[in-house]
Design a protein around this ligand. Structure first.
Ligand code: 5GP
Ligand code: MN
Length: 339
């Protein structure tokens, strides 16, 4: 963030404001952790702060301190719209393109308040007056920590804020193993533990949340796993029928895409999940090395994200989507084999 922007924001935050904070649709640990931590911080500065999420978030995140105060746009549209209309300042966290907010996009486009973007995804849009965008960052949670640092308020971090920030850094770095995990990330984590984040308990609350039906759904995913060794690629499909048969709940497929990437010699892993209600196939992409799934998802599946983790969607049927996916691979053969 530019020095001038920091100074301007400090001045702006000197007097009480009505603030709204927005995570992306289908919010994950980083999106929910960062928004709640920022809400806690801004509330301490005596602002009136509400989080509005485009849609609901998974059960494994509901235990986070103050998670029950999040307004869900899909359920409380009128309330959310009036909060956005009244806001003097709008923070958008963990995304950089308003299209990532589903139908909330249209309400945000009508808002009069200036936007502050805090995000680590590639190719940011230009809607924000204040832009803190850094694609080298492990997570938006780490950026919220640095944002509080820039505001010279690290001493205001409470155990609740530390818990939320630790959670998002942990989930977005695959528990501190992805390339984006730096020595600075570990220093931030150390300070969060000192500030009251209980690391062991957070790991358990996020990862030890299996139910029998979730494990059985994983069994179906494993059965459906396909390998294309000529492209060093693996993919999984889950149809709506298979989800229904296994009592699917939001969040149950979290992490499944990584199963393919754990195979020896595989550098590109994909999961295709049918969503009959939205009439789409939701797709997650993961890679190892130089193969950019951000570029791939942008080029073929209306998506994007990071170099090694991205998402997208298809409006075709599951089988047509797979046929199309396989047909695209030939043009990436050289770069996949080099990865
Ligand atoms: P996931 O596969 O876990 O849903 O998402 C992986 C990464 O890609 C996340 O950083 C997420 O924010 C981003 N992402 C997921 N879906 C989309 C999408 O449809 N469009 C864009 N631009 N990014 C996405
Ligand atoms: Mn993130």
């Amino acid at each position: 963030m530019k020095e001038q922007e920091i100074q301007d924001l400090k001045k702006l935050l000197n007097t009480s404001k009505d603030i709204v904070i927005i995570p992306h649709k289908n919010p994950d640990g980083d999106a929910i952790g960062s928004t709640i931590a920022l809400q806690n911080y801004l509330t301490k500065l005596e602002h009136k702060v509400t989080i509005i999420a485009p849609n609901d978030f998974p059960t494994f995140l509901k235990w986070l301190p103050l998670a029950n105060k999040v307004v869900i746009f899909e359920k409380e549209t009128e309330k959310a719209n009036s909060l956005i209309e009244q806001a003097n300042l709008i923070f958008t966290l963990d995304f950089n393109n308003l299209a990532r907010c589903g139908d909330l996009e249209y309400s945000l486009k009508k808002a009069k308040a200036p936007f502050v973007m805090i995000d680590h995804h590639q190719q940011p849009d230009n809607y924000a007056t204040y832009k803190y965008s850094d694609t080298s960052m492990s997570s938006t949670c780490q950026m919220v920590y640095h944002f509080i640092e820039m505001m010279e308020h690290l001493d205001l971090i409470t155990p609740e804020m530390a818990t939320c920030l630790y959670t998002g850094i942990m989930t977005d770095t695959g528990s501190f193993r992805y390339r984006s995990t730096t020595s600075t990330t570990h220093k931030v984590i150390a300070h969060l533990i000192e500030s009251g984040a209980d690391n062991t308990s957070i790991h358990q609350k996020i990862y030890d949340t299996n139910t029998l039906s979730k494990l059985q759904l994983k069994g179906v995913a494993l059965k459906n796993l396909q390998i294309l060794p000529e492209y060093k690629t693996a993919y999984i499909t889950l149809s709506q029928k298979e989800l229904n048969q296994n009592n699917y709940k939001k969040g149950d497929t979290e992490g499944f895409v990584n199963i393919g990437l754990s195979l020896e010699k595989i550098v590109f892993a994909v999961i295709f999940i049918e969503n009959e209600q939205e009439g789409i196939i939701k797709i997650s992409f993961r890679s190892k090395g130089n193969f950019s799934v951000n570029e791939y998802a942008r080029n073929h599946f209306e998506g994007g994200g990071h170099n090694n983790a991205a998402g997208g969607k298809s409006n075709q049927s599951l089988s047509k989507t797979i046929d199309f996916f396989i047909s695209t691979l030939l043009m990436y053969k050289t770069s996949l084999l080099k990865s």
